[in-house]
Design a protein around this ligand. Structure first.
Ligand code: NAD
Length: 294
């Protein structure tokens, strides 16, 4: 399978690149879903809002710090998937009050919360670790780690609440980590440390949620072409070295956001009912071993 390009756009927003997957993927019928970092138009966020909507979500909270195109994004999902309630929220995913408020809103409106995909993240500059100010380090930790901690802190109790709408306690919390959190990632030390912390949060919280019916996992993408990595791809394209980007990857290419969204959908769905506390690498095999280049 290779990513397909689609030339259609919505109100000037470019189309999502997709892989040709099965039409019978996991379903999230009737579920209430919160996604942060959801307005990354070229990234994992928007690929996920589309996939969760397409897969039967009843309500979708599209949350992001960046409100550029946020309303167009809402209209786009509304026009493609008219049965889904789409709510947009502009907030910092590391703002405790804002995270609590969006969870409370889901409970007030729907009496349930099923999936919290804590996907917001920043990478920070690529630099030797001695070049980072403590404030820069803390900003990356706050955005990437505190956001996932807060998502779990408020989502887990909401998911264990039962209602006539949702008689049994259940739910899925997913944090976006990175292969940088599994292996050394020279150049982005605070980012790598923050993503290792996300892997750890999913492991430890999954155990603390023992017996509740709520699961927590992390996803560890490899190099995916998104807003975050666009500068890397732009430089490579300008230099004509784009092919080199995927050279050491067993799949011989970078990934597309839709390929990560598909794993988030699976982990969020009941298909993953016995998957808990795990770090799911979505990296084409990059983290599986040391590449041997004869
Ligand atoms: P992206 O930059 O396109 O998307 C990140 C989104 O998070 C943006 O929309 C941004 O506005 C939002 N965001 C940033 N800080 C926020 C905050 N404090 N509060 C709310 N929203 C905030 O990049 P992406 O690649 O789609 O990133 C999604 C996640 O995937 C991130 O956690 C990132 O670290 C992770 N990741 C990406 C790659 C990759 O190669 N692209 C690899 C590994 C992990």
């Amino acid at each position: 399978l290779s990513p397909q390009s689609d030339s259609s756009t919505f109100e000037g927003i470019p189309a999502i690149r997709k892989v040709a997957g099965s039409a019978n993927g996991p379903r999230v019928e009737g579920k209430v879903v919160i996604i942060t970092g959801a307005n990354s138009i070229l990234g994992i966020g928007r690929a996920s809002t589309h996939l969760f909507a397409e897969s039967g979500a009843r309500a979708l909270y599209v949350c992001d710090f960046d409100d550029k195109n946020l309303d167009a994004h809402r209209r786009e999902i509304g026009s493609l998937y008219p049965t889904v309630d789409v709510h947009v929220r502009q907030f910092d995913a590391a703002d405790e009050e804002a995270v609590k408020a969006v969870v409370d809103d889901a409970l007030a409106k729907y009496g349930r919360l099923d999936i919290f995909f804590a996907n917001a993240g920043i990478v920070g500059p690529v630099a030797p670790f001695t070049g980072f100010e403590k404030s820069e380090f803390m900003k990356i930790m706050d955005t990437n780690v505190a956001s996932v901690f807060l998502a779990a802190k408020y989502a887990a109790p909401a998911m264990t609440k039962t209602s006539p709408e949702k008689p049994g306690a259940s739910g899925s919390i997913i944090g976006t980590a990175s292969v940088a959190g599994l292996r050394s990632n020279a150049g982005t030390t605070p980012y790598a440390a923050s993503k290792a912390a996300v892997v750890s949060l999913a492991q430890t919280i999954a155990y603390q949620l023992t017996g509740t019916g709520v699961r927590m996992n992390s996803i560890c993408p490899g190099l995916i072409e998104t807003g975050m990595t666009a500068p890397t791809f732009e430089v490579a394209r300008a230099r004509g070295t784009e092919k080199k980007i995927g050279q050491l990857n067993p799949m011989k290419r970078a990934g597309v956001a839709d390929e990560v969204a598909r794993v988030a959908l699976f982990l969020g769905s009941d298909e993953a009912s016995y998957v808990n506390g795990q770090a799911w690498a979505v990296d084409g095999g990059l983290s599986a071993g040391h590449p041997f280049v004869p």
